[in-house]
Write a protein that binds this ligand. Structure first.
Ligand code: F6P
Length: 359
């Protein structure tokens, strides 16, 4: 048996631990393992396919990034090719990919990625390829699994930043607005905001009003708490859309707040008279060593992916449904969306802790 591993989409701490676990579990069965570099680029002649041996994965379980590199350049079914005049043409290169995989004697592929990779994997399965998936994203928005690896590390990074921002905000009696990642979900903002004892948490699942945010800041002021920490998920949406903050909608930014935490903080300063600063934590949240939780989850996922191949569970994703790791059909995963439950116990508890969602 010869298997190949690919990592696609944005990186997440724990990718290397998944690769390591899959390689070790496969080698133990006497299988051969190849690594496809940069998503599927290695199978399209645009990068390499390398052997993955015991030595290739030695000492990588605790490291960030991915030894296979990654890309969100697009799908082999809709691959962007830059033309001589600079324009981009999208072509279907799946035949080439399948032929190259066959020529290399690849029997099955472990695809580690988010929703984009899951869709590609299903298309490859529909074309007769043997693919199993491992869910990956710091955003924690892959359905049918309680957690994805990388999320716990991202939350820890944000909490560390919030701890530091607390001391400077308090020293200067300032309001600090911190934008965090999460795409269309508020998991990182909510979990980190609670663990880091933020005062306001703005998430896409609960549209916020800037008046309510300012009310919370001023209520704290009156209570002698002269600083506030506001965590803003990049997908947070103000009631009335971003134009209610920006004055006009930005092209491509009509709904999401991402990248406009700066105007938001200026508006808070204008309305409250409080000195306000903003920052975007950005890709810091995707970097660094995985936490022990993520290392363990990644290792469990990597081992389970090899068992999924053994059981010929083609077109399935390994998932954590505590306390078990299960195999879920990809179409089942793609049918669902995963968002913060605005009425769930975590939001309820956050409210009981005095956190405002600006609603
Ligand atoms: O999905 C992971 C993620 O980090 C999101 O939280 C964020 O919106 C996006 O990727 C950023 O992507 P890029 O690295 O391509 O800017």
């Amino acid at each position: 048996m010869r298997i190949a591993i690919s990592t696609g989409g944005g990186d997440a701490p724990g990718l290397n631990a998944v690769i390591r676990a899959s390689v070790l579990a496969a080698l133990q069965r006497g299988w051969d393992v190849l690594g496809i570099k940069r998503g599927y680029a290695g199978l399209l002649g645009e990068d390499e396919v390398i052997p993955l041996t015991r030595d290739s994965v030695r000492g990588i379980g605790h490291t960030g990034g991915t030894i296979l590199r990654t890309t969100n350049r697009g799908s082999p079914f809709n691959y962007p090719i830059v033309q001589a005049d600079g324009s981009i043409k999208y072509v279907d290169r799946s035949d080439e990919l399948i032929a190259n995989a066959k020529a290399l004697g690849i029997d099955a592929i472990i695809s580690i990625g988010g929703d984009g990779s899951l869709k590609i994997a299903q298309q490859l399965v529909d074309r007769g390829m043997k693919v199993v998936c491992v869910p990956k994203t710091i955003d924690n928005d892959v359905p049918c699994t309680i957690n994805t690896f990388g999320f716990d590390t991202a939350v820890s990074t944000v909490v560390e930043a919030l701890d530091k921002l607390h001391t400077t905000a308090e020293s200067h009696d300032r309001v600090l607005c911190v934008e965090v990642m999460g795409r269309d979900t508020g998991f990182i903002a909510l979990y980190a905001g609670m663990a880091g004892t933020a005062d306001v948490v703005l998430i896409p699942e609960i549209p916020f009003s800037i008046d309510k945010v300012c009310e919370k800041v001023m209520a704290r002021e009156r209570a002698g708490r002269r600083f506030s920490i506001i965590v803003v998920a990049e997908g947070a949406i103000p009631v009335g859309g971003t134009e209610s903050i920006l004055g006009e909608s930005m092209p491509g930014q009509a709904k999401r707040l991402g990248g406009v935490v700066d105007p938001l903080s200026r508006e808070i300063q204008k309305r409250t008279g409080k000195e306000t600063r903003s920052l975007i934590l950005g890709h810091l949240q995707r970097g660094g060593q995985p936490t022990s939780y993520d290392r363990l989850l990644s290792t469990r996922f990597g081992g389970a992916a090899v068992r999924a191949i053994e059981e010929q569970a083609w077109g399935h994703m390994v998932a954590l449904q505590s306390p078990h790791i299960v195999f879920v059909p990809i179409p089942e995963v793609l049918r669902h969306t995963k968002r913060v439950d605005p009425d769930g116990d975590i939001v309820m508890t956050a409210r009981e802790m005095g956190i405002s969602f600006g609603d």
